[in-house]
Design a protein around this ligand. Sequence first.
Ligand code: Z5A
Ligand code: MG
Length: 286
Amino acid sequence: MYNLVKFSRITKRRCLQTMFFTDIQQRNKLNGSSSTDRVSAVHEYTVFFKRAGNTTNIHTTSCVNMTGSNETNEKQRGALIVLEGCDRAGKTTQAQKLIKSLTDDGIKIKFMRFPERSTKIGRIINQYLSCADNLEDHAIHLLFSANRWELVAELLETLKEGTSVIIDRYAFSGVVFSAAKQGMALEWCKQSDVGLPKPDKVLFLNLSPEEARKRGDFGQERYEKEEIQKKVHEYYMELKDDSWKIIDASKNMDVVQEEIKKECLQTIKMTKQTLGKLWVVEESSE
Ligand code: Z5A
Ligand code: MG
């Protein structure tokens, strides 16, 4: 009886191992990387089995299993990558270049941005940003947040089908621009975005307000003032965690692009199946 159980466990493990390698090799092919990239395959396999062998410790509240199952041949989800940074740091320019370059390389990739001004909520935000309308500080903060929540289903669906998403600004912008105002605490500002999909990587394009001023159109919209930008930078640094990478955005556009692309490819390659939830503390199910 013991031998039978042992045998079936080993057999099961071997089957899973074969399926897992095949899956990774297929993904590598799609991503344009070498199908013999065994080092990363072995790494992913090890991480996977550490988890699978310890299922009681997998926390359920702080991450989203993209398939809703624990089958091993599940489709690899896309990576969620966010570009953040102060005004005129080059987020939109870099995001667009990146989308083109990754698409040309055959990688499934989609562009999103916040605020997304084309929705009903987005149109109100646009009126506010262009100073055509005024809104109470807490109210506009919640609208920025609602603008993200209204697109979460679309975002999750895209990731689930294996397409990576590059987002130009996200909840971090929401928090820092509101917190830079009088009487709005950073912790309060985070609350409405708690539980959003957590980015696998945040690329922070770092540029001083002095450098930003030299770039086009600075000062046209509501927050484009130097003292606000300085506070915004401070708050960004308070939100920074291990998933952030600071990029020097004062360099030449192509140099910046090269660094960003390298980070994205690495993130796409190493993306785990479970997607975290933003600012949700991990809880063990024990
Ligand atoms: N906001 C908020 O309050 N709450 C929220 O929840 C969210 C946002 C999501 C509008 O956002 C405002 O909304 C924003 C935060 C607030 N306010 N501010 N400040 P937006 O994303 O729509 O803002 P934008 O109008 O697109 O500006 P931006 O994002 O700050 O700029 P950017 O995308 O970082 O820069 P860019 O448009 O790519 O480049 C700017 C110029 O610099 C352009 O002429 C480029 O050609 C040039 N450029 C770019 N890179 C370089 C390099 N490397 N060298 C030289 N020149 C360069
Ligand atoms: Mg932009």
